[in-house]
Ligand binder design. Structure first.
Ligand SMILES: [Zn+2]
Length: 99
């Protein structure tokens, strides 16, 4: 009888926790709130384990133009063999979701 209410309560708690953790890591509170609330345990674990990949240096794949991390040896999108990029090709993605 109270299972539904308990679930909503737990989902809200997890959502808040996940959202706050996501926010601390520079991501969106609402995205992680939703993820953690919809799939409580997995979502919260994801929020905790989530690394802010936007801080990692990127380069564009010469084959398809997709941003790839500089240490990737092969493009996962088009299969292009990536050599280590020259300095001009490396860039740091800007944070666009900062409030
Ligand atoms: Zn590619």
């Amino acid at each position: 009888m109270f299972a539904g209410g308990a679930y909503i309560f737990i989902a809200l708690c997890f959502g808040l926790a996940g959202g706050l953790i996501g926010r601390m890591k520079g991501s969106s509170f609402f995205i992680w709130f939703l993820v953690s609330a919809v799939i409580p345990f997995i979502g919260l674990a994801c929020a905790i384990l989530y690394r802010n990949e936007h801080d990692e240096p990127m380069r564009l794949c010469p084959g398809c133009g997709t941003p790839r991390k500089v240490y990737e040896a092969k493009c996962l999108t088009c299969g292009y063999e990536l050599e280590y990029p020259s300095e001009d090709e490396i860039f740091l993605p800007q944070h666009t979701a900062r409030a």
